[in-house]
Design a protein around this ligand. Structure first.
Ligand code: GLN
Length: 282
């Protein structure tokens, strides 16, 4: 068998399955690189390489997991976000490209030497991207899951990002007011309503349910964040939150009712209002 990603699956027997038609070519290539411990370039330069039995077995095992629905990011333990590599496992959500919008909006609003808080950091993607881009910033990230925090800490260390991590159920472990206030609070909280069919489809079946749903109407974590932010924001400080495709009006209403100023939403790569935010009015 040769190490050509597109040709190879035809030669790997996995029961009676036609692997070639089930796996997308990119997944195929990523899994083959992982099985052979090769980079993308390495795979291209070795496209004539013949796989030994062990290698073919290793690759076949990865393909089987993918066919069973497991996300490629969990199989290879890695996903890129904001141009940086992140370790991921079943304790954390896989970072989505759409969430880069939240990072960009936060960067635009973070003053020099500013303080920023990432609530529900998961893999640390948002906090690490911020700290890596803005070395002057003072970045704090919290999560209620110790397992997620362990992953996030490794991601900060591996990317040379300075982030203060805090084990906290939303604002519980934060000291309110004084010098501890933030210029920006950013969050990608669980926002899928309980019973939403997406929870039992695709990649989401393998992701930590606590990071996806609030087990309620999808807005309860967003409500908690909106209600609790003011004592932790500096005057004119921003609160920015990612939310579901159909939640922008509801989140703007939460912000407006709580007295935030400049309440607005921003669109993701697909043109869907995906982040909403507002500014402390004093
Ligand atoms: N963006 C994820 C999805 O809908 C959900 C992430 C979240 O709940 N914060 O696939």
């Amino acid at each position: 068998m040769i190490a050509d990603a597109d040709a190879i699956t035809a030669g790997v027997s996995i029961g009676a399955l036609q692997v070639q038609s089930l796996l997308d070519p990119l997944d195929n290539r990523v899994l083959l690189c992982h099985a052979l411990a090769l980079s993308r370039v390495g795979l291209i330069t070795q496209s004539e390489r013949v796989l030994d039995d062990d290698e073919a077995q290793r690759f076949a095992a990865l393909v089987r997991r993918r066919i069973a629905g497991e996300p490629v990011a969990y199989i290879v333990g890695r996903r890129e976000f904001f141009g940086l590599p992140f370790e991921v496992d079943g304790a954390v959500l896989i970072p989505r490209p759409d969430t880069e919008l939240l990072v960009e909006l936060t960067l635009e609003r973070l003053p020099p030497q500013g303080r920023v808080l990432d609530m529900g950091t998961g893999s640390g993607a948002i906090a690490v991207a911020l700290a890596h881009t803005r070395r002057d910033a003072d970045v704090t990230a919290l999560d209620v899951s110790p397992e997620a925090l362990a992953v996030a800490k490794r991601n900060a260390a591996n990317n040379g990002a300075r982030v203060d991590f805090l084990h906290s159920d939303w604002y519980a472990a934060l000291e309110a007011g004084g010098v501890a206030r933030f210029d920006v609070i950013a969050s990608n909280p669980p926002y899928i309503a309980s019973g939403d069919r997406h929870l039992s489809e695709g990649d989401l079946r393998f992701e930590p349910v606590e990071a996806l749903t609030d087990h309620a109407d999808g807005l309860s974590a967003l409500r908690t964040i909106v209600a609790g932010a003011p004592p932790h924001l500096r005057p004119q400080g921003w609160l920015l939150m990612e939310h579901g495709y159909d939640q922008s009006a509801a989140v703007r209403a939460l912000l407006a009712d709580a007295g935030y100023a400049e309440v607005q939403s921003w669109c993701d790569l697909a043109g869907i209002e995906r982040v909403s935010g507002g500014r402390l009015a004093r």
